[in-house]
Each structure stands twice: as C-alpha cells, then as structure tokens.
Design a protein around this ligand. Structure first.
Ligand SMILES: *Cc1c(COP(=O)(O)O)cnc(C)c1O
Length: 433
C-alpha cells in the first residue's frame, strides 16, 4: 500500500464528486415555457395572488405529503417564521427548541420576540429528546420546534403527544428532510405546521423558496394573513375576524413562481432520488461499520432517512493518541471530504445568546420574558458532547443520487488505508509536535 497522503503519498479518492443542485432538461424546458406564458398570464412572474404555477405546485406538494394545505414561501426560514406567528406565539412566550441545528430553526422564535428554551438531543439521532422537552415545559411555553436534522426524522409521534397533552403547537423544521417519513407518515404532517426549504442544498430544489404545510384551515388562513399579499388573502382568508385585519401590513414572504415551476418538475422524482441517496449512504455506513475511530450515523427503526448530511461520530477511545482534528486531517489528505462537523457549537453557547444581543439589540427578546431565561454550559450535555468531542461531517448529501458506488468505495478505501496505519498517523503527529 502506498504512503499516507498525510505524509506525502498519493491521495486515494480521485472519483469526481457529484454536483448539486441538478436541474433536468425537462425542468429547464418547463421554465422556458413558463416564461413564454408570462406574456399573457402575469402569474408566471408574480405570485402575489397565489394562483398559476404557485397554486399548482402547492396542490401537488400537499397531496404528495398527505397534508390538507400547502403555502409556498420565499424560503424555509420564512416558512418557520410564519409558522411561529400562526401558531399564536406572542412576544415573551417560550418556545422549546433544539440546540443542535442550523440557526434558522431558532431565529424564527427570536424574530417573533419569543424566548427559545433549549431541550437536549438524543445522542443517536441528534434530534430532540422528548423526555428533555417535557422537562422544559413551563406555564409560558407555547410551542415546540422539532428539527428533522440531516434528513433523519425526529421523534414526531412522541412530540405530537406531548404537544397535545400540554396544549402546545408543534412546528416541524423539515428543511433538511423533504420526503422523509416516520412509520410511513411523511414528516411535516405530524405538526400543526411543517416547514420546508427548496433552497439549492436541499433534497428537491426550486433554487430558492420554501413551503409551509398547515394541518388545519385556521392555521392556513393565519399563515396567509401574516405572510401573503392582500391579493391572495382576499380569496384565501375567509374568517370574518381575520378579514377585518386583512392588510398590506405583512411579511413579503412569497415565492418566485419560476421556483415553483422548477420544484414542480423535481417533485415526481423526489422519492426516487431519496431512495438512491439512501442506497449510497447505506453502502458507506456498511463499509465504515467496524473501522476504528468512527461510528456511522444511526437510522432508527421505522425511519425513512433522506440524507441531507452524513454525520458520523468520532470514537476517541478506539484511536488512542489521535485527536479528532488529526483523524480528520489524515482523511482529508486522502481526498475524503471529512470535517469537524456542521453545528460545531450548541446554539445557546453562541454570542447572541450568551450576550443576549440579537442583531446587536439591547436585550430583546429576553427582556420581554415572563421569567428570566439564561443559557449556560451544561444545559444540554448531549448536544455539547456531540459538538465538543464527537461530531464529524462527511460532505455527502443531496448530490449523492444515481449510483455513487465508485466514489463510496474510494472513500472506504481511504478510511481503510488510514485506520490500517494509525501508528504512522501517530508518528506524523509526534514529528510535528
Ligand atoms: C436550510 C435550512 C433552513 C432555512 O431554509 P432557507 O430556504 O435557506 O430559508 C432552516 N432550517 C434548517 C434546518 C435548514 O437546513
């Protein structure tokens, strides 16, 4: 076997990495056709009234997911913000969040001037632990935001039951999990609201955009009232009280219709693409199982994982004398896109929370709380340990469609090479020290 790339040898991974996003010729044709139609139908360039290709995609997406209502938005973040508003969360209310996620799972709460309270994650699925969630509920709690992180479903059934027991809203952040399912039910349909992104790094794309699923008519009308143009509200908001407040005092969170056209073309392929992602990532996991220093991510029984990210765990006790940094460096040198992780620091340990200065503000939203909420190291031990010691990220994800076995096998060969020569990695570290 050749020298470790870390020590100047050839790198193992030479296969090209798949490009993402990918737009098929039929989707390009559909966009060109839609632009042509805009000469006679303005709804191909403007979604203010919510008709045309926007409505067509909303109906198809809702039917695909098994939800009564879908509303397109300008992104996953906007979908989350509208969900928090439509859930009735008011300034000063508390919302239970995950500390181990992309920040926008939490910024939607801050944007409503509500107070995030962080529950810990399950160490295997990296999603909210329902037991920890229950321990965070106070008389001021109004909602739970559950994140289907990396494409693995959160404990949606247990969280739904908790929300029902305590009279809370359940909001699902499905931005990394379009098409994922728990016991055959698609994520986004367990909560009062399901928030999706069709941004360029997600399972199906429109370029930019998002979709909000609403479990009931009331939520759908509220979402329209807060996040859509009056031209759309006028025919979708029917509740007399809401109509009284129908106005242009809104968030401009509407989608570009051409994004809906692209997404409409991707939707029929979503399950096939997700199945290919699953096959490629399972091949990787099967090969990594048993190699020292790394543990593949778990896929829980009953879960359809859709692989937005591949996040294995470092196992320091199996590679004594080799730090996580060095392990990553040795593999990265071989051409494996391994990094120290995606989240890296629990949300509540970040400066905005420690200093309580969101967008450099003076204490908002915390100053509006009914009680003092502080954020301390030790609050969520599983999330902290994952960030501090265990988290790894292998740059895989949505692009891994089709057959990627050549690339996967080269990545596995690199892992076998490095883990078969750990003494050389240790010697390298000793020389450097
Ligand atoms: C991408 C993402 C969002 C935001 O979606 P945008 O479309 O970029 O606004 C929110 N939450 C999570 C977990 C995400 O990965």
């Amino acid at each position: 076997m050749s020298t470790l790339a870390l020590c100047g040898g050839e790198k193992t991974v030479t296969a090209p990495f798949p490009h993402w996003p990918r737009v098929e010729p039929a989707e390009i044709d559909a966009v060109v056709e839609a632009l042509g139609k805009s000469a006679t139908d303005w709804q191909y360039l403007c979604s203010a009234a919510g008709g045309g290709p926007t409505a067509e995609f909303e109906q198809a997406f809702a039917a695909f997911m098994g939800s009564p209502h879908a509303m397109c938005t300008s992104g996953g973040g906007p979908a989350l913000h509208i969900a928090v508003m439509a859930a009735g969360v008011q300034a000063g209310d508390e919302v239970i969040c995950s500390p181990y996620t992309w920040g926008q799972s939490v910024s939607c709460v801050l944007q409503q001037c509500a107070i995030p309270v962080f529950a810990d994650i399950d160490s295997d699925t990296y999603t909210l632990d329902p037991v920890s969630v229950e321990s965070c509920i106070t008389e001021h709690t109004r909602a739970i935001v559950a994140v289907h992180l990396y494409g693995h479903p959160a404990e949606a059934t247990a969280l739904r039951a908790l929300a029902d027991d305590y009279g809370l809203a359940l909001i699902e952040d499905c931005a990394q999990a379009t098409g994922a399912a728990l016991d055959g039910q698609r994520v986004g349909t367990f909560g009062d609201f399901g928030c999706f992104s069709i941004g360029d790094g997600k399972q199906m794309i429109g370029g930019e955009g998002g979709v909000l699923l609403c479990r009931d008519e009331r939520g759908y009308q509220l979402a329209n009232a807060f996040g859509q143009h009056p031209a759309r509200q006028s025919h979708q908001v029917t509740d007399p009280e809401l109509r009284r407040y129908m106005d242009s005092l809104i968030y401009t969170y509407r989608i570009h219709p051409l994004a809906a056209v692209i997404a409409m073309g991707q939707l029929p392929r979503l399950d096939t693409m997700n199945g290919e992602r699953d096959a490629n990532h399972r091949r990787l996991s099967a090969g990594l199982a048993g190699l020292p220093g790394i543990r593949p991510p778990l896929v829980k029984e009953g879960c359809t994982h859709v692989w937005h990210q591949y996040s294995p765990s470092f196992v320091p006790e199996e590679v004594e004398g080799i730090s996580r940094e060095l392990y990553v460096r040795a593999l990265a040198a071989e051409g494996v896109p391994l990094s120290l992780g995606y989240v890296r620091q629990p949300i509540y340990l970040r400066p905005s929370f420690q200093d309580k200065r969101y967008f450099l503000g003076r204490g908002l939203p915390w100053s509006l709380g009914y009680r003092r909420v502080d954020y301390r190291r030790g609050d969520c031990p599983n999330a902290e340990e994952r960030c501090d010691r265990l988290e790894l990220s292998l740059g895989a994800g949505p692009g891994w469609i089709g057959d990627q076995s050549e690339l996967v096998d080269q990545i596995l060969a690199a892992f076998e090479k490095v883990t078969g020569r750990l003494d050389e990695v240790r010697a390298f570290a000793a020389r450097e020290a």
